[in-house]
Design a protein around this ligand. Structure first.
Ligand code: NI
Length: 152
């Protein structure tokens, strides 16, 4: 495993392009997910998407309690309700956004064995999944924020 550099320039092309679907869960994909997990752990964040380390593949890691959930080709299957979410992003140090997010979300993805699964999330966790999936489409939280707070 290795800690990768996180891109912290919102204008960087890797953060602004649409990432590609993973068609085979092979050794390289698993290695990448391990590196992403270690990078996220090291940075102390709640989520990380592959484009943030310059890889345009549809891979995300989301921290749930003490576990790191690895999702391959994640999609928002269902969402309901609304919450006002207060978010940071490892690619936008010192910037916080106030964003409308769904209160409840069902995410579908492949696991590390290439098997489909679904995960339900509410509140902070629902917002975290949607935030990370947005990264795969080149969308940053500042694009959706109703208010941006910088500093700190
Ligand atoms: Ni982010």
């Amino acid at each position: 495993m290795a800690v990768r550099d996180i891109i912290m320039d919102p204008a960087d092309k890797a953060l602004r392009r649409k990432a590609e679907s993973v068609d085979r869960v092979d050794k390289n994909v698993l290695k990448l997910l391990e590196d992403m997990t270690e990078t996220l752990q090291n940075a102390g964040g709640n989520g990380l998407a592959a484009p943030q380390i310059g890889v345009l593949s549809r891979l995300i890691i989301v921290k749930k309690e003490m576990k790191y959930i690895k999702l391959i080709n994640p999609v928002l299957v269902k969402s309901a309700g609304e919450q006002i979410s207060f978010e940071g992003c490892l690619s936008l140090p010192g910037i916080y956004g106030v964003i409308r997010r769904p209160e409840f979300a069902v995410i579908g993805a492949l696991d590390t064995e290439g098997k489909p699964f679904e995960i339900k999330a509410v509140r902070h966790l629902a917002a975290a999944f949607v935030h990370e999936i947005d990264h795969l489409d080149g969308i940053l939280m500042i694009d959706k924020a109703v208010r941006i707070i910088s500093g700190g």
